[in-house]
Design a protein around this ligand. Sequence first.
Ligand SMILES: *Cc1c(COP(=O)(O)O)cnc(C)c1O
Length: 398
Amino acid sequence: MSESLTTVLAHAGDGQAEKKYRGYASVPEVQPVYMTSVFAFDDVKSVDDIYEGESEGYVYARMHHPNNEAAAEALAFADKAEAGLVFSSGMAAIILSILSVVKTGDHIVSSPVLYGGVRDYLENELKRFGVDVTFTDFGDPENVRAVIRPNTRIVYTETISNPLMQVADYPVIADIAHENGALFFIDNTFASPIVANPVKYGADLVLYSATKYLGGHSDLVGGAATGSAGLISGIKKKLTLYGATLGAAESWLLSRSLRTLDLRVTKQSENALKIAQFLEKHDAVEKVYYPGLESAPEHALAEKLFNNGLYGGMLSADIKGGEAAAVKVVNNLGFIKYVPSLAGTATSVSYPAKTSHRAYSREELEKAGISLGQLRFSAGIEDADDIINQLESALGSL
Ligand SMILES: *Cc1c(COP(=O)(O)O)cnc(C)c1O
């Protein structure tokens, strides 16, 4: 049968050539981007077999595709977890993971110090579904024990808090959750799998904004979760249902980024420690918040829980002179740009009172320990001396 021009062109670049390539000895050095929404079959039985779990294969890209599986597998390995999943954003990862285990009448115990969107979700949005949330200070794990209830389904916190970089005793918190039949979820975005692997200390689910260290180049938005195979498989059903799957291009970028995760986060952590030590000694600086500093209240705990003597790339500092001084520093930071996100290869500065915690009133800011003179730094992979010279010059402008 010879097809017409229209028919032949309608098939240009379709996936049928894959069958031919499978017989070749060579494979692409890097996984191709599978820019396809769906997979094609020659017969009915092949699709039946995949749905019945009798054979492996892809059907539809909202369910899964080779690119998001590759990224999820690498992440699960990095986190020493049984399984992983990637999502279209960190918020999607967190919300779908929570939704997949709670029902009306359930209760959550959470730290109040959370990424703004997550705090908003727990405090305001979940109420509509009849899920109650109690916020308590996780600085003392006994506070968690005091408010946990028989219907508590999730205990939720972050490995390193924003912007004060506090580290809670999460192995103890995980135990308290489990003794009460609850799951322990932890957002490990600020630490990354290089600095902390909470699964080792009993976390049931580790959550990420992949937009930050996992992506690491300020060029993708994504999310991830790692944990036990059972929990991940339940979340995957909701992910497919709600349709927050990470697309092929972003998944590909994420895998590309994971190849250098260890190198980047190691350098960023080393640079952050040098910056913290420099700022701590500087006359224009009131206080520095970084768990890697000997002076940090949680230094010993962080040293015990974190990997390879690394404490992550994030730190904050109170600049003497409040808002006027902080603004002057930001405006004089040269190659260190004001970026209301974090974890890129370039060092950046953020201003919590004016970005991530903008919704807080003066009183709330004060209660949370966030001053108008407080700046947050995300250490990049540049030469540490260059970063310090740039900071020295900005602080010298005061
Ligand atoms: C950015 C961030 C999120 C939200 O992730 P998105 O990728 O922006 O949806 C959640 N938690 C933490 C700690 C974050 O920094």
